[in-house]
Design a protein around this ligand. Structure first.
Ligand SMILES: Nc1ncnc2c1ncn2[C@@H]1O[C@H](COP(=O)(O)OP(=O)(O)OP(=O)(O)O)[C@@H](O)[C@H]1O
Ligand SMILES: [Mg+2]
Length: 275
């Protein structure tokens, strides 16, 4: 197990709990979506994985490293890279290349290795050729891909996207989601925090959070098609799921509950052939 957490509780103010008895297990190579409405504790949970927040209560190990020990903080930061929501808040240097190099210098990567790491990371996010460009002048999707290159250059074990697509236009979102998928297929462990339920469909596993607790954990099929569970989490199920239940109410029964538009079309065609 790459991440093993048990009985994690966390409070920002010493009274109300932002995390309550959280148990989380993540396997190497898994694509995990963490889904939940505003304030449900998603960011608070993942900030524990790279020690951005201290472990107050419970047990947590990431790649066999104990989070309780403060000496391990820098090791964990490197092992667990994060891309955040706002593409504009993630740059410090005036060129793409210098920005990624800055991150590597901070982690004391030998200077001789830096140019090759920068080149390889930009190639991974399909931003080769943008080395000398100013981050400010890029589109939102491109900025997020450069921010991701900065993370990838450190060769992390886990890549966390904390609503990294939330501020992007549909095209930028697609660009970032495509890279996420590519990294997953290349064997990286991906944690995607989102409140776009549609983005959780492609995950191996979904963790559903609400009010600092984990409401449920399972396959997208089991979580996203459970109307009661989604209601409890204050989330709206994906459109094909809603349509499936609306049709049932109208006396029209699709064979399986579809999660994607493609699956919905398939189900509707099967229905047509029965009429
Ligand atoms: N820096 C902070 N100081 C005090 N309280 C905080 C802080 N950050 C988050 N909280 C509180 O902790 C709880 C969990 O917040 P968290 O940011 O983890 O939720 P989230 O699921 O990531 O929400 P969102 O979808 O809005 O990003 C909320 O009640 C929030 O108000
Ligand atoms: Mg958050």
């Amino acid at each position: 197990m790459l991440v093993e957490g048990k009985d994690i509780c966390f409070s920002y103010d010493g009274s109300s709990l932002a995390l309550q008895d959280v148990e989380v297990n993540i396997e190497k190579g898994e694509f995990l979506a963490i889904l939940g409405c505003n304030g449900s504790g998603k960011s608070t949970l993942v900030k524990h994985f790279n020690a951005l927040l201290p472990l107050q209560q419970g047990k947590l190990r990431v790649a066999q490293i104990d989070l309780g020990n403060e000496e391990n903080i820098w090791l964990l930061r490197r092992l667990c890279g994060m891309v955040f929501q706002n593409p504009d808040n993630q740059f410090v240097a005036s060129t793409v290349e210098a920005d990624i190099a800055f991150g590597l210098e901070n982690y004391e990567v030998p200077r001789a290795e830096i140019p090759e790491r920068v080149r390889a990371a930009l190639a991974l996010v399909e931003m080769s050729g943008y080395e000398k460009r100013a981050p400010d002048a890029l589109s939102g999707g491109q900025k997020q891909r450069v921010a991701l290159a900065g993370v990838l250059a450190l060769d992390p074990e886990i890549i966390i996207f904390d609503e990294a697509t939330a501020m992007l236009d549909p095209r930028g979102r697609q660009e970032v989601l495509a890279i996420m998928d590519k990294l997953h297929r290349a064997g990286k462990t991906i944690l995607a925090i989102t409140h776009y339920v549609e983005e959780a469909v492609a995950a191996d596993k979904v963790i559903l959070m609400h009010k600092g607790r984990i409401l449920a954990c399972g396959s997208p099929e089991t979580i996203l098609t459970d109307l009661d569970l989604m209601k409890e989490a204050e989330l709206i199920p994906p459109l094909p799921v809603r349509l499936y239940y609306d049709l049932r109410q109208a006396g029209i029964y699709l064979e399986n509950c579809p999660l994607t538009e493609e699956e919905l079309v398939k189900e509707l065609w099967q229905l047509r052939s029965k009429i």
